[in-house]
Design a protein around this ligand. Structure first.
Ligand code: ZN
Length: 257
C-alpha cells in the first residue's frame, strides 16, 4: 500500500448529480430514520452506480492510482476494470468480520470524492466488504448529522495517511511497523498477507533481487547500468508492489531484513 494522491477537485458528476442525490438520501433518512436504522428500509435502490462509478470518476481514479489496487498494489486494469471502493461502506458496516451488518451505513458519503478509491475485486469483495472498524466504536458517526471527524478508523486510508509509516516488508511479507492496532488490522483484515498475494510479491522480489546484484556487481557487469534503471523504475508509485520494492532496496536485499 502506498500513498495515493487524488486531484483535490472532484469529478463534475459527483459535484452536480452526486450532490443532488446526496440531498435526496439525507432527506429520506431524516424522514424515515427508524426504518433505515432497523433495516426495514434500505438505500440500496437509491445508490446510483452511474454516478459514483461514472467513467469520469473511474478514469481519474485509474490515473491517480496508476491502474493499481489501492490496498494490495496489484496492477488490475489490464485484467479487470477495478471496483470503485467506498472507504466508508455505503450500505452498512461491520466492526468485526463476524458481526451482524449494521445499517444504514455511510449513505451520505456514496458520492463523496474523498471516500472513493479504486480496488481490485479480491481486496474489495473478499476482504474489505462492509468492514469498517474504528479504534473507538462508540464514536461512530451513524448519520449525516453526526460528527465524522471524531471517528478514528482502524484501516489506514491510502488517500489520507502515508501507509509507509505504518506498514513495511520483510522480503515479500507485509508487517506492522509500529506494532499497533491500525497496522495490524489493515494487514490482517484486508488480507495483505494472503497466500496468493505473498506468492506474487515473492516472485517480484526474487526478480528484483537478481537485478539488484547485477546493478551493484563488483566489478561492474555490462548490464549494471540497465539494472540500476530497472531498480529506479521499480520504486516508482506507478509500479506494482512498489512499497515492497522500496523496502527491499533500502535493506539491500539483506536476507535478515
Ligand atoms: Zn487489491
Amino acid at each position: 500500500m502506498i500513498r495515493i494522491n487524488k486531484p483535490k477537485q472532484p469529478p463534475d458528476v459527483l459535484l452536480k448529480k452526486g450532490a443532488k442525490q446526496r440531498r435526496k438520501l439525507c432527506a429520506l433518512y431524516s424522514r424515515y430514520r427508524h426504518d433505515y436504522d432497523s433495516g426495514a428500509r434500505t438505500f440500496h435502490s437509491h445508490f446510483d452506480r452511474e454516478i459514483y462509478a461514472h467513467e469520469t470518476v473511474k478514469r481519474v481514479l485509474i490515473q491517480s492510482q496508476h491502474g493499481k489496487c489501492c490496498f494490495c498494489e496489484a496492477r488490475i486494469t489490464h485484467i479487470v476494470e477495478g471496483d470503485v471502493e467506498h472507504f466508508r461502506p455505503k450500505a452498512g458496516y461491520r466492526q468485526n468480520p463476524k458481526d451482524e451488518l449494521q445499517r444504514p451505513g455511510y449513505y451520505w458519503l456514496v458520492y463523496e470524492w474523498s471516500n472513493l478509491l479504486l480496488s481490485c475485486p479480491k481486496c474489495n469483495r473478499r476482504f474489505k466488504g462492509n468492514l469498517f472498524p474504528l479504534i473507538n466504536p462508540s464514536e461512530r458517526c451513524v448519520s449525516h448529522r453526526g460528527k465524522i471527524n471524531r471517528e478514528q478508523p482502524l484501516f489506514i486510508n491510502p488517500a489520507k495517511d502515508d501507509p509507509q509509516e505504518f506498514i513495511s516488508f520483510k522480503r515479500d511479507r507485509a508487517y506492522a511497523l509500529n506494532d499497533n492496532a491500525r497496522d495490524e488490522a489493515t494487514i490482517k483484515m484486508l488480507g495483505l498477507d494472503r497466500v496468493e498475494l505473498n506468492q506474487e510479491r515473492r516472485d517480484h522480489y526474487e526478480k528484483l533481487r537478481l537485478i539488484y546484484f547485477l546493478a551493484f556487481a563488483d566489478p561492474p557487469h555490462p548490464l549494471s547500468r540497465e539494472a540500476k534503471a530497472l531498480l529506479e523504475k521499480a520504486v516508482k508509485e506507478s509500479e506494482p508492489y512498489s512499497a515492497m520494492a522500496r523496502a527491499a532496496i533500502a535493506s539491500r536485499f539483506s536476507p535478515d531484513a
